[in-house]
Design a protein around this ligand. Structure first.
Ligand code: AMP
Length: 366
């Protein structure tokens, strides 16, 4: 079953209200669909009323930041007013594989064209709060000659300060939940409202390890997969060895831990003695890697969601996450080739397939 059921197809005459009520009584209103997708039969009967819920229920929830970024490149040039934020990149990446429910906050100054961009890409913005008179979260970063090293120059929290995430019903029922980088306290607020999740993924950063460790520990107890940078994992677990860090992080709760190593790829823990290690796609020229980690995260979630839709009775396991890592890696590589999410937004499925095919040959023995 395709994820993107068009509203038109939902208006089929086959499901008249009469048949729907009859079936609803028979099926106790809500059943597991033959393909494993939970939905209310009333949604089928009254698609005009419930259409948004129907479409976005079978989707990925992405909660995090939506930002305006300023990026200074190694040549000293400042690139202003770029669409950024952890949830932005993750949502755009996921939208290649699945509808998305976005949960975040922006100010009144957030450009309308960005809101339109989300809607055009199966990204439901019902959970995106727009604060009247408020200012959007702003972040300024600078890259040095080695584009792997970045410095934060300025952070203006603005509307994030009073953010109280409220999940619309469809978002709460999303099957895959992504807690992109944001304050762990907000990640917990989102999690407490989730009712339909089968797999929860969280990202974090050094800032939260330093200032919100207790809340972060609580997040770790409640998720299935932690995605984190190698330097942050080592700092968090107080070790200089990435393998030790991965194993210690597993003890904090998540079933899987995925450590990102920038241009050296990623390493997945949680399969006992089994690991999955993938390189990064080799790129000669990086324009702006901002959001690569979030794109990776979103790509990963989209792939897991797609697999879950096709195999609803399977538990998500090491092999599924490994496959998803390949997809996330490919999308992240494209993200590095432009400012903001420009390159991602122009990608076709054929582009993604071609790079995936090439990437797989790089790790195969002939
Ligand atoms: P990445 O390059 O994957 O680490 O993601 C960079 C994005 O994260 C930028 O677009 C920023 O707007 C956003 N960002 C920066 N600092 C934070 C923060 N403290 N919390 C959440 N998002 C942030």
């Amino acid at each position: 079953m395709k994820l993107s059921i068009s509203r038109q197809s939902l208006r089929t005459d086959l499901f008249t209200p009469f048949y729907a009520f009859f079936l609803a009584a028979l099926l106790n209103l809500s059943k597991k669909f033959a393909f494993g997708i939970k939905f209310s039969i009333l949604d089928h009967a009254f698609p005009k009323i419930h259409s948004s819920k129907f479409t976005f229920q079978m989707s990925v929830l992405i909660a995090g930041t939506v930002a305006i970024d300023n990026i200074r490149t190694p040549d000293g040039v400042m690139h202003d007013e770029l669409l950024g934020g952890s949830a932005t990149f993750a949502a755009i990446a996921t939208s290649f594989s699945s509808p998305v429910n976005l949960v975040a906050v922006v100010g009144e100054d957030f450009p309308k064209e960005h809101l339109e961009l989300f809607s055009e890409r199966k990204i439901n913005v019902d959970g995106l709060q727009v604060v009247e008179g408020g200012k959007t979260f702003r972040w300024t970063g600078e890259y040095h000659d080695d584009m792997n090293s970045r410095e934060t120059l300025e952070t203006h929290i603005n509307v994030l300060d009073d953010f109280d995430p409220q999940l619309p019903a469809a978002a709460a029922e999303s099957t895959i939940v992504v807690l992109a980088n944001m304050a762990p306290a907000d990640q917990l607020k989102v999690l407490s409202q989730c009712s339909g999740s089968t797999f929860v993924i969280a990202d974090s950063m050094d800032l939260w390890i330093n200032i919100a460790r207790e809340e972060l520990d609580e997040v770790l107890k409640r998720i299935d997969l932690l995605v984190i940078n190698d330097s942050e994992a080592k700092m968090f677990m107080d070790t200089s060895n990435v393998i030790v860090a991965g194993k210690k992080l597993l003890e904090k709760g998540p079933q899987y831990v995925l450590i990102k190593k920038g241009e050296h790829g990623a390493l997945l823990f949680g399969g006992g003695d089994r690991f999955f290690s993938a390189g990064a796609f080799p790129l000669e020229k990086l324009v702006d890697p901002t959001g690569a980690g979030d794109t990776f995260l979103g790509g990963l979630a989209g792939s897991l969601h797609q697999h879950h839709q096709e195999n609803p009775d399977d538990t998500i396991g090491l092999d599924d996450i490994s496959r998803a890592i390949i997809h996330g890696t490919v999308l992240a590589s494209y993200n590095c080739e432009s400012f903001s999410a420009d390159k991602l937004l122009s990608l076709t499925q054929a582009d993604i397939d071609a790079r995936t095919k090439a990437f797989l040959t790089y790790t195969q023995l002939v």
